[in-house]
Every structure is written in structure tokens, then in C-alpha cells.
Design a protein. Structure first.
Length: 268
């Protein structure tokens, strides 16, 4: 079970949590940070090699959370073109294609192995989606997608895996293929999410930025940071709020605070 609330106030830490975070100020060495940046693609590829398509659950909540996938249509059954930036193995892509037959999707991922898994999925069809490998920080999306042609871009648990200094490059890249007046739908880890509090000391790369044991990285967003990031690249903010959930594991009697940031940003 879980309960959920949305709003503009960040989660308040317990005294124990605040103490733990205050204590953990030592950053990973610059040498190791450069190595992690260089090996980012390899580390995500290995992640998918180890976990295959089993790690993430299919995201059937997407259309519930993002009514815009329906609302951006001007008439019923209008064909929509979407881009799933950072599609992983298709946990968001395939439920959407199944649920909505009037969608054509572009989908790309950093990991060549993830892209292969998407192409091997029984639901993959070249009539309904074009899937390609892409480093969103440097590979031009215009090589695969016409300019100003996409109705909706989903950016779901993707930006957090990218170095904060390069996040603006992703938004700039996406801007080129999005139609004027259309939106990026964003969801990712928020400040003080349970995952942020579980990092052991020696995992910190920078403010709200950490490395997991497998070498993949995770950034935890504040509402202010996200707002500035999108506005600096010319987007208008429509929605930007924390989603706080408490996930309850009844078997182990555990209550886990999850915090996400959810947003909608429009190209003028």
C-alpha cells in the first residue's frame, strides 16, 4: 500500500536523517569522478546485462499521472508522436503503445544493450516505433527525428543519471524536436527520497549527487533546480511539484518515504 501527496514543500528530515547527511560530506576523488563519467555508458550497459529486462516494473501509471498524454489531443483518436528520451528496456514505452493505438513513438537510450532488448520485445513494431541508441548529451536527435515534430516528450527517471553539468544539453537537444506549444513530461528522484538516505559514506559526488555500487549515478532534484534548468533552455513551466509517497511493506512492517519531482514544461 502507499499514500501520495503533491505540493511545493520538500520533505522534512528526521533528526537522525539530518545528522547522517550532515556527517557525510566527503566527496569521491576527482580521478574516480572522471572515470565514472568516462565509463557511464559501459556501467549502464553492464546494469542491463546483469538485470536483463527484469529490474524495472512496467509503468502502467504513466497515463494516470500524465493526463496530458490524452489531453494534448485536439480530437479523439488523433495520432500522437511521442519521444521517450531514455527508454531503458521499454517499461514505459510498451504499456503506452498497448494502451493507446494512436501513438507513434520514437524511443532512445544511452545503453546499446537496452535498445536491443526493446527491439527484441514481442510488442516492438517498426510501424509504431523507431528505436535508436543515443547519448542525449551529445548525439543530435535531429539525426533520427524531424525538427518540431513531436507532440510529447517523456523524460522519466533519466536526467538523474546524467552529470548535473550536462543536463542542460539534454533539454537543448529535446527542444529541437518538440513542436511549439507542446510539452516535456518529467518525473525523477526528489530531494530526500529514501534512496538518497541509503547511500553509504564515500558515495557522494557533489550536492545531491551520488554513485551506486555498480557505478551508475543518481541525482536528487529540488523544485528550484529543475525550474531553473528548464527555464534557462527556453521552456515555460506549467507544473513542477514534489510527489511524496509513503510505501508500506506490511510483511516487514516498514514505512519507506519516497520523494519524486514531477513536472510539465512547455516549448513556447
Amino acid at each position: 500500500g502507499a499514500f501520495q501527496k503533491k505540493g511545493h514543500r520538500a520533505r522534512v528530515l528526521s533528526p537522525e536523517e539530518a545528522k547522517k547527511l550532515a556527517k557525510d560530506q566527503v566527496l569521491v576523488s576527482e580521478f574516480k569522478q572522471l572515470k565514472l563519467e568516462k565509463e557511464a555508458q559501459k556501467n549502464w550497459d553492464l546494469f542491463y546485462k546483469r538485470n536483463s529486462t527484469n529490474f524495472f516494473k512496467d509503468r502502467h501509471w504513466t497515463t494516470r499521472e500524465f493526463q496530458e498524454l490524452k489531453a494534448c489531443r485536439e480530437f479523439a483518436d488523433q495520432k500522437l508522436t511521442i519521444l521517450e528520451a531514455g527508454c531503458g528496456v521499454g517499461n514505459c514505452l510498451f504499456p503506452l503503445l498497448e494502451e493507446d493505438l494512436n501513438i507513434f513513438a520514437y524511443a532512445c537510450d544511452f545503453s546499446p544493450r537496452a535498445v536491443e532488448y526493446v527491439k527484441k520485445n514481442a510488442l516492438h513494431s517498426i510501424e509504431r516505433c523507431k528505436v535508436f541508441q543515443c547519448d542525449l548529451t551529445k548525439d543530435d536527435l535531429l539525426d533520427n527525428i524531424p525538427a518540431d515534430s513531436v507532440d510529447v516528450v517523456t523524460l522519466i527517471f533519466v536526467l538523474s543519471a546524467i552529470h548535473p553539468d550536462k543536463m542542460h544539453l539534454v533539454l537543448r537537444n529535446i527542444y529541437k524536436v518538440l513542436k511549439p506549444g507542446k510539452c516535456v513530461l518529467f518525473r525523477d528522484y526528489g530531494l530526500y527520497d529514501h534512496a538518497m538516505l541509503r547511500f553509504k559514506s564515500g558515495s557522494k559526488l557533489g550536492e545531491n549527487f551520488y554513485v551506486r555500487q555498480d557505478g551508475t549515478r543518481s541525482f536528487f532534484f529540488t523544485e528550484e533546480f529543475l525550474s531553473q534548468l528548464f527555464k534557462a533552455e527556453g521552456y515555460e513551466q506549467v507544473v513542477n511539484e514534489y510527489v511524496q509517497r509513503e510505501t508500506v511493506n506490511r510483511k516487514e512492517d516498514l514505512r519507506v518515504p519516497r520523494v519524486f519531482l514531477q513536472g510539465k514544461f512547455q516549448k513556447p
